[in-house]
Design a binder for this molecule. Structure first.
Ligand SMILES: [Zn+2]
Length: 283
């Protein structure tokens, strides 16, 4: 089996990649084989957290850097899907997180940013589905070289300032002159290549902390302790208001949605939802 083509991984991440591959091949090979012929463009793929817990480096890495761990896992999933000639884009959905990740909405603070959490909630509202520009592709109007700029949701779109190849060429030209470098004010013009940009489907949801007893009878649904979350890809259109869910995700810090000026420093916590598991709760 050939290693992933990208070389932007450090030695620790190399081990993570190896452990992901072992985990997926050992436990999910047959499930992947069964997806051959699939025609969806994107497919969520459940991976049990207990299996990750058995891999020393992966367990620690997923705890410390969940976003990066999932990026690396996605490469392995992509590789395995390719082995089975499945063109569908796989999305890793880690389920069954250990109980130590279970938190409460009212306990979350800014310092929990980027941490992995599970929350037991009632889904209140689900927004209409919309898309956002996840990766913008620009082309230099002078030399036509392309630059990819990853974007952040609900932030101003970022575009490149300078074109590397053009800058290098300009510096070459200045080499044999006496003009001080600080006098050089290079500028580049870019055009966004709309067709090459990558978009993601999302839905915003609002949820409330719930409390229930050991028989799964609802004790309380908090009207005060609410939090926003975002679901993407295959999870879009899968959640209904007034249902009970355990959501697993990563704590994020977002600007307040109705800010009136772009440098507003107020921030809210929200959850990038990685997976959802239905809770059978009786009211
Ligand atoms: Zn250029």
């Amino acid at each position: 089996m050939s290693p992933p083509k990208k070389v932007d991984v450090n030695p620790d991440e190399q081990i993570v990649l190896r452990e992901w591959r072992e985990l997926i091949v050992e436990n999910y090979e047959n499930d992947i084989a069964r997806l051959e012929g699939l025609e969806e463009s994107v497919q969520g793929f459940h991976v049990e957290h207990a299996l990750m817990d058995q891999k020393d480096t992966l367990r620690r890495f997923f705890h410390e850097k969940p976003t990066r761990a999932l990026e690396l896992g996605s490469r392995i999933m992509r590789e395995q899907f390719d082995n089975h000639h499945i063109p569908t884009r796989p999305v890793l959905r880690v389920v069954g997180l250990s109980e130590n990740y279970l938190n409460r909405v009212d306990d979350l603070r800014m310092r929990d940013r980027n941490d992995l959490v599970s929350l037991d909630v009632k889904i209140n509202e689900v927004s209409h589905a919309y898309g956002w520009l996840k990766l913008a592709v620009y082309e230099c109007m002078d030399c036509e070289s392309r630059v990819e700029v990853p974007q952040r949701r609900a932030r101003e779109r970022e575009s490149p300032v300078l074109c590397r190849p053009c800058l290098n060429q300009a510096m070459e030209g200045f080499k044999n002159t006496d003009i001080p470098r600080s006098f050089i004010r290079p500028q580049s013009d870019f055009l966004m290549v709309v067709e090459e940009c990558k978009y993601e489907d999302v839905q915003d949801i609002s949820m409330s902390q719930i409390t229930y007893n050991s028989e799964h009878h609802l004790i309380n649904c908090s009207t005060r302790n609410q939090i926003l979350g975002t679901i993407t890809d295959d999870l879009v259109d899968q959640l209904r208001p007034s249902t009970y869910m355990r959501i697993n995700g990563i704590v994020r810090v977002q600007p307040v949605p109705d800010r009136t000026f772009s440098k507003d420093t107020r921030r809210l916590l929200s959850i990038d939802i990685l997976s959802v598991e239905e809770l059978h709760i009786e009211e």
